[in-house]
Design a protein around this ligand. Sequence first.
Ligand SMILES: [Zn+2]
Length: 112
Amino acid sequence: MTEQEQQEMKKILDEKIEQTKEEIKQLEELTKPIKPDNAYGRLSRMDAINNKTINDAALREQKSRIQKLERAQKKLDDGKYGICIKCGDEIPLGRLKFMPWTAHCVKCAQKS
Ligand SMILES: [Zn+2]
């Protein structure tokens, strides 16, 4: 990875982390405990529970993503970013731009 590519990825990672933090904030708002009062009708309360399940899953995913992004950021600082942790091949820049949190090349990601 060239110096210029590293700079570019640094910017992309920063942006992704900001974006993910924002999404986590919104999801945390959405996944607050559902009040057991009569604020909901019966049906909309069921909707609320369904939505909460979906949002809980999304929140978990975003939280694990931000950890991966922060790890990627650290690797970039160490000059180890963009190397597949499984086979040691370079991960194509196009893939990194699309999924900057990835630590696997396409081949290894498909296997796991
Ligand atoms: Zn690999």
